[in-house]
Design a protein around this ligand. Structure first.
Ligand SMILES: *[C@@H]1O[C@H](CO)[C@@H](O)[C@H](O)[C@H]1NC(C)=O
Length: 412
């Protein structure tokens, strides 16, 4: 065994040879990746490729960031600035659906946070971002009135009622989850006697509420099991069907899944309800393959126009695969069992794509195409646009050109 004194001398020599080693971003590979992400509250990852110019530009900034963060948060288990060489670590890169370099990902307690870092790519500003991620998102209540007030805000909120030992494993599980889901839910916690009447003696309760009028939806699993609580909380905080706006379009695009979008007239509240109901009833198992979205058809008139449609055609449903847009043929059939699922299956099987290039495969579609061709002859750009697959419009709502990522997209 080497004595401490010799270790110090040895490290001193190393420090002379490699003066910047302790500040550098930690390189992750299959041997240390899982361990690192699960043992740290915050891991900011740079997925890079050596040949990529934008990766090379980010590299010294990333090391500088690592130096700042390791000085600010030296305790183990807090924050790690790491990097993954995507050429060498293809399994990890594909697990995170990396398609462009460099891509930055934030993990909280091993859990991928959907919201990306969007600020300037300077070491100082990214260090501030890391610091924010380390703040405890849990709001502690002072009285029962605070619970009432929180519910009245009508925001997605997870409430936790614990006994006096607020640092139990159960509490810590909720705290870990709150870090990963803080952008999607509020976390409000009461500890001790104030919340006595809201939990059985000696035990804890975790419950969700989306709006003041909702019945509380209480977690019935084991609060000691992190994974179980995480699945439950994720299902509630990140809804199956989300609204797309110009504010979140870029983020949604970055999730990388094709969009199934309902375009509706803002005065029409019924079709979003209908659409949600069909998805909840029939398509829950598709949520890892597609993003279910609702769009205001007036705000998003541009993609509609692309499909040869306008306000008077609403509501309608389309897929944007980031290559093309495909129109769901007949909105009035939305409630027919299996029809929307068949539309999605046609996307996965490539049938939608093939049809647009080689023509329809069944009679009903054939007659529709004949009508379209007739319409096209009668003249009209709009109709022509429908016969060939309109290009994706949401792809263009992706990252703005002043980010490295998009520049890289064009290079690839
Ligand atoms: C790391 O975790 C992933 C996902 O949980 C798993 O598929 C993979 O086999 C793990 N790798 C190692 C080396 O343990």
């Amino acid at each position: 065994m080497i004595s401490t004194r010799w270790q110090i001398i040895f490290c001193g020599i190393l420090a002379l040879i490699l003066p910047r080693i302790e500040g550098n971003a930690i390189s992750l590979d299959s041997s240390n990746f899982n361990d690192t992400i699960s043992k740290n509250q915050v891991v900011l990852l740079n997925f890079y490729a050596d040949w990529c110019r934008f990766s090379q530009m980010l590299s010294p900034i990333w090391d500088e960031l690592a130096t700042i963060v390791s000085k600010k948060f030296p305790e183990p288990g807090k924050a790690i600035i790491a990097k993954v060489d995507c050429e060498q670590q293809q399994e990890i890169a594909s697990r995170y659906h990396i398609t462009k370099y460099p891509t930055l990902k934030l993990l909280c307690n091993g859990q991928l946070v959907k919201k990306e870092y969007r600020g300037p790519r300077t070491a100082e500003s990214m260090a501030t971002f890391v610091e924010e991620q380390l703040k405890d998102p849990i709001i502690k209540i002072e009285s029962l009135d605070d619970i009432k007030k929180a519910k009245e805000e009508n925001k997605r909120t997870i409430f936790g009622y614990f006994d006096a030992s607020g640092h139990s494993a159960q509490y810590q599980n909720l705290q870990k989850i709150s870090q990963a889901l803080k952008d999607d839910c509020k976390f409000v916690v009461g500890i001790g006697d104030i919340v006595k009447q809201l939990r059985p003696p000696g035990s804890a309760v975790v419950t969700f509420s989306g709006s003041a009028s909702d019945e509380d939806d209480t977690f019935l699993g084991d609060l000691n099991t992190y994974a179980e609580l995480l699945v439950w909380a994720t299902d509630r905080c990140i809804p199956l069907v989300r609204e797309i706006t110009f504010g979140n379009a870029e983020e949604l695009t970055e999730e990388g899944l094709p969009f199934l979008i309902l375009f509706h007239d803002p005065v029409d509240d019924d079709s979003p309800k209908q659409y949600r109901a069909v998805i909840e009833r029939e398509l829950v198992d598709h949520k890892t393959k597609v993003n279910f979205l609702i769009a205001d058809g007036i705000q998003f008139a541009h993609p509609l126009h692309h499909l040869g449609k306008s306000r008077s055609d609403l509501p309608l449903i389309a897929i944007d695969s980031f290559r093309h847009m495909y129109l769901f043929k007949d909105y009035s059939r939305i409630n027919d069992a299996g029809v929307l699922r068949a539309f999605l299956d046609d996307l996965y099987s490539g049938k939608l794509h093939k049809e647009f290039h080689y023509g329809p495969t069944d009679e009903e579609q054939l007659s529709a195409t004949i009508q379209q061709i007739a319409g096209e002859r009668a003249g009209g750009e709009a109709v022509r646009r429908v016969t060939t697959p309109p290009e994706s419009t949401f792809k263009k709502l992706g990252p703005s050109p002043n980010r490295y990522t998009l520049l890289q997209k064009e290079e690839l």
